[in-house]
Every structure is written in C-alpha cells, then in structure tokens.
Design a protein around this ligand. Structure first.
Ligand code: HEM
Length: 419
C-alpha cells in the first residue's frame, strides 16, 4: 500500500467519545462534512478491539452518491478477508472468519455462497411464511396483556425477529434466547453496560463460542435428520463440488443470527419512537394503514438507519471526486449521513411518511452485498406495526430512549412505554 501522509480532517468522527454521543448530537458533524468536505480523510477509529499502529486512517463517504457508487463497484472496492473485512474497526481475523461469512467475502466465492441461501429469502418464499409471522406478531401483543408499563425493546421489538430467524434457521425453542443474547452481544463491544467490565474481544469470543457450539450441534443433527430449514440447506449444499465445513456453516449461522435479529428490532423501536414524536404522522398512517404502511416502513428505515457503517477497501488505485485513492486504502460508508443527504432527500430532517421516492440506503447502497433479508424485514415490520398500532392505540412512550454506544449499530437498548 502506498498511502501518502496527509493531514487528518479536523472534525473528529473517530473517537469513542464521538460515538458515545446521541445520534442527534452526531448529525451536525456529518452535515458539515456533506456540505463542506464530502470526501475527507480521518485518523483510525478509536476502539476497544485491536488498535493497529500501522493503520493510516480511512476515507469517510458521507454522501448518497458516493455510498451507492462504492457499494455497487465491487471490482474496485473489496470486502474480503484479505482487506480485513467490512467493519469500521480493525477486527481480528479469527473473529471475521467465525462471524462474517459472505459479508466479508468477494466474488466468486461470495456469489456462490450467497446463492445457497438467497432462494430462502425471495419475496415469494417470504410470502409463504407471512401468515405465520402475522400470527406471531399477534401473540407478542397478546402477551402484553390489556395494560402495563414495559421496555418496548425487550417486550416487543426484539421478539418477532428472534422468532422468525430462529424458525427459518431451525433453532430449537429452548436455545433461542441464549443464541439471541449472544447475537446481541456481537454488536455491543463498545458499550460499557454490555461489557460490564469485560474486555470487548472477550465478549466477542464468548458469544462466538456459544453460537458456534450451537451451530455444530444443529448441523450434526440435521446431517442425520434433514428438515425443511436453513441449517439443513447449509449441511446439504455444495460449492464447487465441496460441502461446506462445519466452521463455514457456523459462520453463516452467526451472520444470519446477528443480521436477522438486531436490525429489524432497531427499526421497530426507531419507528415507534418517531411515530410518538410526530403524532400527526401517526394519525396520517392510521387513516389508511394498509395503503400507507409500506411507504411508512421505508421512512422508518431511512429515519432509523439501523446499520450505521460498513467499510470497503480499494483493490486498486482509483479516484473519488477527483481525488486519488491508493490501492489498500479504506473507505467507510456512513449510511445515516447518506440517508440525510439533502441532494437526494428534500428536507431530510423531516420525518415524512409521504416521502416518495425514498431511495434510502438502510439496506445498503446496492451491489452484490445488498441486504438479503430486506423482504423478510418488511414483512415483519408490517406485521408488528399492524398489531401494535391497532391493538394498543393508547400506547405512549414515557421516558427517553437509552442508546447503544458504538459506530456499527444505531441501537436503542431501552424505551419505556405505557399502554
Ligand atoms: C431492517 C432490517 C435490516 C436492515 C436495516 C439491514 C441492513 C443491512 C445492510 C446495511 C447490509 C449490508 C449491505 C451492503 O454491504 O451493501 C445487510 C446485509 C445483509 N443482511 Fe440485512 N438488514 C436487515 C434485515 C436483515 C434480515 C431480517 C436478514 C435475515 C437473516 C438479513 C440478512 C443479511 C445478510 C445475510 C447480509 C449479507 C449479504 C451479503 O453480504 O451478500 N438482514 N443488511
């Protein structure tokens, strides 16, 4: 790599302190970058994982145009292990290997492995389980009873994604909570409360041990007794004439557990909070729920942007905005900033359920890694908002959200509500 020494941008988006601010407090920094320095060079992100003294820093991609262009140009911008994967922070190789699967892979292997499971996530296949998801959403609201005060995140938002992904993968009911807790910990290595005095790396390894142990057990069992679930599909699949190794199956399981749980949960909580803060938008939605919910979900996704960042690495010398980028340099995609880009979204800080078109990048900026679970997430969001908004019309948020600290997931840990 031939990175030239160049000054870092004066604006700090690398410190833990910056990522410890609330999302609203962080927005002005990205507004300034979009307006004044749409391509900027930053010092390496401060981390609880493995500080790397040779890391020169990263380019920040903050506009919608750059996030989508780089996401779609996988010939120039790699995600693979040889580039250290796709996290903004430097993550040890073992962890990437155990946790990321296709997320930190490039073609041709990425495409071949993605194909194994993509058939399960097509809109047509998802439609087949829509009724089950709707029934489960109803059961979650039944469990709340007629009135009470709860943490909306654990009592509502977390439950439908956990149920759905566990059913599709084939996780036995008795293991679901344990695996979901481990998957949640996988995105919380910068949060003091989750860490509770533990080291971030230790937290990741402990969670991975739990998830890999579970995956090995399930894979062995399905090799003997195949079923109609994703674990069986992975056990039976062949890529280039070879079966997947137990480690590869387990990494797929970790990716699906993390990607399938946390993101939909966050969108549910962000959506509810936004509706509470903009009651006129809630009224507008309820005047024609069936006709308006799909567009509303896109605005929940844009507004909440549950995944904040992913990274790409230049595979060859290239240019962005006329500036030279050397092979090996990293560029971080800031999805929330792209989703507030005034060049694409009129009045981007207005929560507006009538927004159309709404080309948000919450599921990624397009290209080969575009979210595989997008259709599934939409079905879940429709089901849970249908239940919550129709059956708990008096539900109110009675306190401030408690945010997760970190630069990866735009997480809300707690949101107290009364109904
Ligand atoms: C609201 C919910 C969701 C959001 C906001 C979301 C967001 C994302 C984003 C930003 C990416 C990376 C895209 C890129 O690099 O271009 C991604 C990839 C992925 N998502 Fe989702 N996701 C959601 C739900 C789900 C669900 C329910 C699943 C199902 C298991 C899922 C599975 C995946 C997988 C497997 C990938 C990796 C695809 C690849 O690398 O080829 N996601 N998602």
């Amino acid at each position: 790599m031939t990175t030239t020494l160049r000054p870092y941008d004066p604006l700090d988006i690398s410190s833990l302190a910056f990522w410890g601010k609330t999302p609203a407090e962080r927005e002005p920094a990205f507004d300034e970058l979009r307006r004044e320095r749409p391509l900027s060079w930053h010092r390496p992100v401060e981390t609880e994982l493995i500080p790397d003294e040779d890391d020169p820093g990263f380019w920040a991609l903050v506009t919608h145009a750059d996030v989508t262009a780089v996401s779609r140009d996988a010939e120039t911008w790699g995600s693979g292990m040889e580039f250290g994967g796709v996290m903004m922070e430097n993550v040890p190789e073992d962890i990437i290997e155990m946790a990321h699967s296709i997320l930190s892979m490039d073609d041709p292997r990425h495409g071949r492995l993605r194909m194994i499971i993509s058939s399960v996530f097509t809109p047509r296949r998802v439609k087949l389980i829509e009724d089950q998801i709707a029934a489960q959403a109803a059961a979650i609201v039944d469990d709340l009873g007629p009135s009470g005060e709860v943490n909306f995140v654990s009592a509502v938002s977390a439950r439908l994604p956990m149920w759905t992904i566990s059913e599709m993968i084939g996780v036995p009911p008795e293991d679901r909570q344990t695996f979901t807790d481990a998957a949640n910990a996988m995105v919380a290595w910068n949060d003091e409360e989750y860490l509770a005095g533990r080291d971030g790396l230790q937290l990741l390894f402990d969670s991975l041990m739990t998830l890999h142990g579970g995956a090995y057990r399930m894979a062995e069992e399905r090799a003997e007794n195949p079923r109609d679930d994703l674990i069986t599909a992975l056990v039976q699949a062949e890529v280039d004439g070879q079966k997947l190794t137990p480690e590869e199956i387990a990494a797929f399981f970790v990716l699906l557990s993390v990607a399938g749980n946390d993101t939909t949960r966050q969108t549910t909580t962000h959506g509810l909070l936004a509706l509470h803060r903009h009651p006129e938008q809630c009224e507008y939605l309820m005047a024609d729920f069936e006709g308006r919910i799909d567009r509303a979900i896109d605005e929940f996704l844009r507004w909440g942007t549950p995944v904040l960042t992913f990274k790409r690495t230049a595979r060859k010398d290239t240019e962005i905005r006329g500036r030279h980028i050397a092979a090996g340099e990293k560029a971080v995609l800031f999805y929330q900033s792209a989703n507030r880009d005034e060049a694409v979204f009129a009045d981007p800080y207005r929560f507006d359920l009538t927004r159309d078109p709404n080309p948000h990048v919450a599921f990624g900026g397009g290209g080969p890694h575009f979210c595989l679970g997008a259709s599934l997430a939409r079905v879940q969001l429709r089901a849970i908002f249908h239940q919550v908004l129709h059956r708990l019309p008096n539900l109110e948020v009675i306190g401030e959200p408690v945010f997760l600290r970190g630069n990866f997931i735009h997480g809300i840990k707690r949101l107290p509500v009364r109904y």
